[in-house]
Design a protein around this ligand. Structure first.
Ligand code: SF4
Length: 66
């Protein structure tokens, strides 16, 4: 992990935009007006456990943490 944290990325063709990820990680993921996730910058170390849970919970396997 670099000093700036890990990156959350959305695989857009897979994402259905229902926003479960934003419910699980509201401090890092907002929803746009259509319900698709907007990632707010890199994920710091203290949020990475929750970020991994959001990745695992995505019903479309559309969220990734690098
Ligand atoms: S949980 Fe997965 S499918 Fe749902 S909005 Fe987030 S990335 Fe998209």
């Amino acid at each position: 992990m670099n000093a700036e944290g890990k990156a959350l990325k959305v695989d857009w063709p897979r994402c259905e935009g229902r926003g479960l990820c934003a419910e699980l990680l509201p401090e890092r993921i907002l929803l746009d007006e259509w319900g698709y996730p907007v990632i707010l910058g890199p994920v710091p170390a203290e949020e990475q456990i929750l970020a991994r849970e959001a990745v695992r919970a995505c019903p479309r396997r559309a969220l990734h943490l690098f």
